[in-house]
Design a protein around this ligand. Structure first.
Ligand code: ADP
Length: 205
């Protein structure tokens, strides 16, 4: 509702879910969760922040994470020299109960080029999981990247997030070193979107 679709805007590729429903897997389903709550309270190995390219803090979940982590997080982020859209960088969690914070920079949603928005959002999820793996993180909690002020419709962001996470877990981490990935949000609209698309990407056994 922040950015009404202009006439002629094309629906994005994954809006209807996957072209083929993948085979059900209990082992895989056990590695996924959805949670409505405050991501700053979670004692997981890594939380994924919805940052901006300066990495110097902002509103929304970014502001909440910086407030809870203390000024040391800002000092650590300042040394990173920013981050490109679609990518991510990692810091310690400082005063947060989590060990690491992965700062992912989501795209500002572009109705006229939603294929590019999708590519960048998907890349946030895969880059974040790559960083989690490299840093020995076994549990990862994702913010609903780009669905706040960046205007990505929740029902378009959820299938992108789920597809990227499924692809990573099945192709890059078959061994299951990352044991749990949780999608965390405050917003009912995000929870509804995850719940609608979850059975399409992680079908019940
Ligand atoms: P972006 O700028 O990438 O759109 P926002 O921070 O504006 O990111 O929003 C991302 C999502 O994070 C929104 O769904 C927002 O409601 C949610 N959010 C805000 N604060 C928290 C929090 N403390 N824990 C979990 N989710 C949060």
């Amino acid at each position: 509702k922040l950015h009404p679709a202009p006439p002629g805007a094309k629906p994005p590729p994954t809006r209807d879910g996957p072209s083929e429903i993948p085979p059900p897997s209990k082992v895989l389903n056990d590695r996924i969760g959805v949670l409505r709550g405050d991501i700053t309270t979670l004692a997981v190995d890594a939380i994924v922040n919805a940052a901006n390219s300066s990495l110097l803090g902002g509103g929304g979940v970014d502001g909440a994470i910086h407030r809870a982590a203390g000024h040391q997080l800002l000092d650590a982020c300042a040394r990173l020299g920013g981050c490109h859209t679609g990518s991510a960088k990692i810091t310690d969690g400082f005063k947060l109960p989590c060990r690491k914070v992965i700062h992912a920079v989501g795209p500002v949603y572009d109705y006229l080029n939603n294929g590019e928005s999708e590519r960048l959002l998907s890349s946030c999820y895969s880059t974040s999981l790559e960083l989690a793996l490299q840093n020995g993180c076994r549990s990862v909690a994702f913010s609903a990247i780009s669905t706040g002020v960046y205007g990505y419709p929740s029902k378009e962001a959820a299938p992108v997030a789920l597809a990227a996470v499924r692809k990573f877990l099945t192709e890059k981490d078959k061994e299951g070193r990352i044991q749990k990935v949780v999608f965390v949000t405050f917003e009912m609209k995000d929870v509804e979107a995850y719940n609608e698309f979850l059975p399409l990407y992680f079908p019940p056994v």
